[in-house]
Ligand binder design. Sequence first.
Ligand code: FEO
Length: 398
Amino acid sequence: MIARQIHPGILSLVALDWDRRIFDQLVPLHEGTTYNSYLIRGSEKTALVETVYPPFTADYLETLKQAGVTRLDYIVADHAEQDHSGSIPAVLAHYPEAKVVTNARCKGLIKESMLVAEDRFIEVKEGDTLSLGNKTLRFYLTPWVHWPDTMVTYLAEDKVLFTCDFFGSHLASSELFADDEQRVYTAAKSYYAEIMMPFRNHIQNHLKKLAPLAIETIAPGHGPVYRRPAFILDLYRQWAVAPPRRQVIIPYVSMYDSTTRMVDYLTDSLMERGIAVKPFNMVGGDAGRFAVALVEASTVVFATPAVLAGPHPDIVSAAYLTNALRPKTKFVATIGSFGWGGNVVSKKIEELLAGLKTQIQFFEPVLTKGLPTGEDFHALDRLVEQIDVANKSIVAAA
Ligand code: FEO
């Protein structure tokens, strides 16, 4: 680990986890990740913002020593999850005068999960400030990006916003700054899809709250530092606030070609109307890619054969994931085939999407007995017409 300057008096200490392949045993990582800690030296006090994931603690403490940190006054914890706060007990043991500065909710979680004593904390509330001498930290509560405890820390004199998980990316890179925006875009969008999207409504409020701040640098807890903050702020506005795009995604499974024929017909028909469409074969598919597609899609068409009195399990999984990730999808349809008793398929999918029912319009399902024939394709034509009209209404609203 090395310490690198992001502003005068502010060092970045990045624990690079090049080979990590899954996060929280849930989120697939394609480019590893980082755990970013920041060392701020004021004229009177020294503070850390975040620590690192416990496997990197020894290296982290050595890097602090190499950076000449003999006394530490504060450890600001913007979030209790162990990938950022897991080294706090070791840092407190190493620097006995240091106090953990955080909000009440984060304090409770750190006490419970890391057994840190009450007298090692300084509790802060919305808008509180902490002076380091010539540098001042101000705290803003931003719950649910990613847990209910999350907050951000603003360094007023340098116009740096420390955001922990918020605006992060799972991207292990030797680059300190997010200057390769195309590369960071891909990682940041996956991160948003898999971690932030369920909290879209909270993000909308946080973006409003942070809008008045003059921000020259966003220093997240994962991935490179943004020295052009508009890059990631504009993306979050597009992903979390803007209406969905006129895009259709089709998670599908087919056992004996009937559903595939329907998916192919639907895909071609949508393309003929100039509507963006992307089918995803969910058998052995990449749930992460599907999650990214959900970020901006207006319409999801679940395509499945009837299996054991319900949708195929991989489509059940796709519908469950859609419900859990809370995308801004507005329209849903079910298509597919059955040999007998097919009506259970669409009902089950609607049940799985119960969390989105106030925002979603369900179109009439198109279910065929066996291979699709003339009337089935006419029914798909009607579905395409409905999708087209509905999507045009979104464009008009935007
Ligand atoms: Fe990066 Fe929610 O921790």
